[in-house]
Design a protein around this ligand. Structure first.
Ligand SMILES: O=C(O)CCC(=O)C(=O)O
Ligand SMILES: [Fe+2]
Length: 361
């Protein structure tokens, strides 16, 4: 396994096995066990009318105004959907097929590829499970680069297609993420010269890093007392999400509360991550989002988390700072930020804020 910010940070924050091994959801299809019963706050709205409720912008990447639309979406929501992104629909269909094939295996078989307490790759509960007293009604499979080792434990003689599809999807996501990242930075008035550290030419240890995470939210006997994925922000620069066609994702927006992110056939969801929020000196939102469940549909999603090369310090870009807008955060590598997140979860920003830093001296 290559050394990376993600693997190094996970090694320093091992997770207990009871926060890794998922439930046998099929065996609990009638009644929610107490371990998975949540008291949900009343600001979780009842099912919203998809035609009237406000939601994140949908941006056609071929739109002549794409930069200003992107800036507006990042400032207002921190999330938007993109169409005309160039990812082939047959690749998305195959990706969904292979993901459903994985999660429909019996639990005993999936456990052959279970994550170890210090690792991030393989099968298990959402990583954020350590921060909540109750467990989430979901399971995941994390991939970085090639996943032959774990996939061959799932399908000893039949994993080649799965690995080929995942690797092709990772390559496509890398190109598209870098394209959208460039778009966001240009929308802030930056040139590629300002951010040349993001795409170093020498490769090697200075490559950007990424993680593909497959999520599965089985049908749930009591969705109003269960949680698919609890509210969180993403620790990446940017996350690209394919959510196929099942509802459940919600994003939080000031003055609106939780808004549904409706699946649009073939579209991808772009989510501003915490590091992009830091780079933009707070101008772009890193939005809180969550996933709710249904009684009848098994939701799956594939999240591609993109981050900077291992030795790059992320800090508010010079162009975003002036006397009216002082730098809000101190410089951090991705590993340092992941460590802060592993300890302080949704309060991590407070620990890298400049004022906290200064008062700690
Ligand atoms: O399943 C989803 O739509 C959301 C996934 C997500 O937020 C994550 O993996 O961080
Ligand atoms: Fe997320």
């Amino acid at each position: 396994m290559m050394n990376s910010s993600i693997s190094e940070s996970f090694k320093s924050h091992p997770v207990q096995l009871n926060r890794i091994i998922p439930l046998d959801f099929k065996a609990h299809a009638i009644k929610l066990p107490d371990s998975h019963t949540w008291t949900l706050s009343t600001d979780n709205p009842p099912p919203v009318d998809p035609f009237t409720s406000e939601s994140v912008p949908v941006i056609d990447l071929d739109d002549p105004n794409v930069e200003s639309l992107t800036r507006h979406a990042c400032e207002q929501w921190g999330m938007f959907q993109v169409t005309n992104h160039g990812i082939r629909i047959d690749l998305l269909i195959e990706l969904e097929f292979q993901t459903r094939r994985l999660f429909s295996l019996p639990l005993e078989q999936k456990l052959h590829a279970v994550r170890s307490p210090e690792d991030f790759a393989g099968y298990g509960l959402p990583r954020i499970s350590t921060f909540f007293p109750k467990l989430m009604w979901s399971e995941g499979f994390s991939i970085m680069g090639s996943q032959v080792e774990h996939a061959s434990k799932l399908w000893p003689n039949d994993h080649t297609k799965f690995c080929d599809v995942m690797e092709e999807y990772e390559r496509e996501m890398k190109d598209l993420t870098e394209r959208i990242l460039g778009l966001m930075l240009r929308s802030l008035g930056l040139t590629s010269e300002d951010v040349k550290w993001l795409k170093p030419k020498d490769g090697g240890s200075r490559r950007s890093e990424a993680l593909l995470h497959l999520n599965s939210y089985p049908v749930c006997p009591d969705p109003s007392h269960a949680m698919g994925l609890a509210p969180h922000t993403d620790s990446s620069l940017l996350t690209l999400l394919y959510q196929s066609c099942t509802n459940g994702l919600q994003v939080h927006k000031e003055n609106i509360g939780w808004a549904p992110v409706h699946p649009i056939a073939g579209a991808l969801v772009v989510n501003v991550g915490d590091l992009m929020h830091i780079l933009s000196n707070g101008r772009f939102k890193s939005p809180m989002h969550q996933v709710l469940l249904t009684k009848s549909c098994h939701r799956i999603s594939m999240a591609y988390f993109y981050g900077p090369p291992v030795d790059v310090k992320i800090s508010p870009l010079m162009n975003m700072i002036d006397h009216k807008h002082p730098a809000l955060y101190r410089p951090v590598t991705w590993k340092e930020y992941l460590d802060a997140k592993a300890m302080h979860f949704n309060q991590a920003f407070e620990f890298i804020r400049n004022d906290v830093h200064i008062s700690n001296k």
